[in-house]
Design a protein around this ligand. Sequence first.
Ligand SMILES: C[S@@+](CC[C@H](N)C(=O)[O-])C[C@H]1O[C@@H](n2cnc3c(N)ncnc32)[C@H](O)[C@@H]1O
Length: 236
Amino acid sequence: METASYLVRRGQLEQYFDRTAAHAWARLTSDGPVSRIRATVRAGRDRMRSTLLGYLPEDLRGQRVLDAGCGTGALAVEAARRGAEVVAIDLSPTLVSLARERAPAIPGVGLIDFRVSDMLEPSLGRFDWIVAMDSLIHYEPEDMVEMIARLSTRASRGVAFTFAPGTILLRLMHVVGKLFPRGHRSPAIVPIAERVLRRRIAAHPALQGATFVRTERIDTAFYKSQAVRLLTGGEA
Ligand SMILES: C[S@@+](CC[C@H](N)C(=O)[O-])C[C@H]1O[C@@H](n2cnc3c(N)ncnc32)[C@H](O)[C@@H]1O
């Protein structure tokens, strides 16, 4: 059962990514020109995507991958290029249709099953790998860890995700971000210190024995996010 805070935040994210920021997000994730600030975000995000994909085997043929909160689908495309059977899911119909439009234009990409829904949707079934790049960072810690737990029970080989490391600088940027007029700022990112996240994961009943086997922080001027490859008790 989803908590009230989860449902509220999910609604805000759908509104933000589908309407308020859909155009800006489409631009940021394209090859088109962007401002210097956005260029550093784009570069950081490119590094993050390859870091997360680096946690998966190079050859993904015959493996099922969920791109959880796929946005415009860049990670899904890379996984498909490596031969994975990819389900790419996002709350935003606008971003998913853009992802669909972009994907076929890339030669050699296998079939990607793009869907508009909640990544926690149980009917998606089981996966070898689940990757959530910057899609859990907007949720309160309790909800974020619950999402990780639910995704973990459905991944037989591994889960990789990102969190917003709770540094003082990031908290400051977050506070300053709130000063921008509504509509121009991104939806709240909820920073969480690594030790707090580890503690919460260790305390979750469905994540007993789960450990960070890999973790890397990408820290550019305007993009700060930390990748985690979680080894869960249920992994094959
Ligand atoms: C910051 S964007 C990142 C998109 C993509 N992973 C990337 O890195 O380019 C976060 C995305 O997560 C999606 N999202 C957030 N919560 C979700 C949920 N519960 N189920 C599916 N998608 C979700 C949002 O709609 C948004 O497109």
